[in-house]
Design a protein around this ligand. Structure first.
Ligand code: DC
Length: 227
């Protein structure tokens, strides 16, 4: 029988507010929230712990068979497990951001994570946030939203988020790291950060998270006809 799960793809650059928006939308619709960036970050963490450089594709590919990564559904969202251990804030550091962005350029890494992402959407209604959800992971998603905001607006949000988490950094460092990551994620050959041809473009530069969520709900309701 054909599977009738509802899939909402939320793509966009870092700091666009995707993850908070995705969490809010998951709560609003009672869907499962899937943070796909956490998977790339976890691979980055594993690679960095092995002392391998983030651009050493050959050795990273050789490591893949040793990586036991799992996504489990907990509290309406996804939890990532590495070798049976739940991953937490350790993947949210600037170093892990860089490693995640670099390892995500390797086609074998993307292929390695593909089924983990797709399988969850086969059996659950999902809001999935990432970079290639609408283009590669869930091309058949009923709703695709590409969230953008100016680099300055995104850096400001990301800086506030990192401060709240107790990560020591400056706004200038966050902005330059973000600009580097934008170029790295958009310029790669495989599954670059580009909107799907059928994605709704949503610029939330001037909106706070409540307004962003309200606007997104309107956009989604228009497509899936739910209120
Ligand atoms: O969403 P995030 O910032 O946690 O993602 C970290 C990195 O992982 C991001 O710079 C690019 C990569 N990524 C990806 O290539 N594809 C995804 N679907 C999600 C993240």
């Amino acid at each position: 029988m054909e599977n009738k799960t509802i899939k909402i793809a939320l793509d966009g650059p870092s700091g666009s507010g995707k993850s908070t928006l995705a969490k809010n939308l998951a709560k609003h619709y009672g869907f499962v929230y899937i943070d796909t960036g956490a998977l790339y970050r976890t691979i980055g963490l594993f690679v960095s712990r092995k002392g391998i450089a983030s651009d050493d594709a050959e050795n990273i590919i050789a490591l893949l068979p040793q990586i036991h990564i799992e996504m489990r559904l907990e509290d309406g969202g996804n939890a990532v497990y590495l070798d049976g251990v739940r991953i937490g804030e350790e993947i949210r550091t600037p170093l892990c951001s860089k490693y995640a962005s670099d390892v995500s350029k390797i086609p074998a890494v993307r292929a390695f994570l593909l089924e983990t992402q797709r399988s969850i959407a086969r059996t659950n209604n999902v809001i999935m946030d990432g970079r290639d959800i609408g283009t590669v992971i869930l091309p058949d998603a009923q709703v695709k939203i590409f969230v953008t905001a100016s680099p300055e607006a995104r850096a400001k949000r990301r800086f506030a988020e990192l401060q709240q988490r107790g990560v020591e950094t400056t706004y200038e460092d966050v902005l330059s790291e973000m600009q580097w990551r934008d170029a790295n994620d958009s310029g790669r050959e495989v599954a670059p950060l580009v909107p799907a041809s059928d994605a709704i473009m949503f610029d939330n530069s001037g909106l706070d998270i409540v307004q962003t969520t309200q606007e997104a709900v309107k956009l989604i309701n228009k497509v899936i006809g739910r209120c």
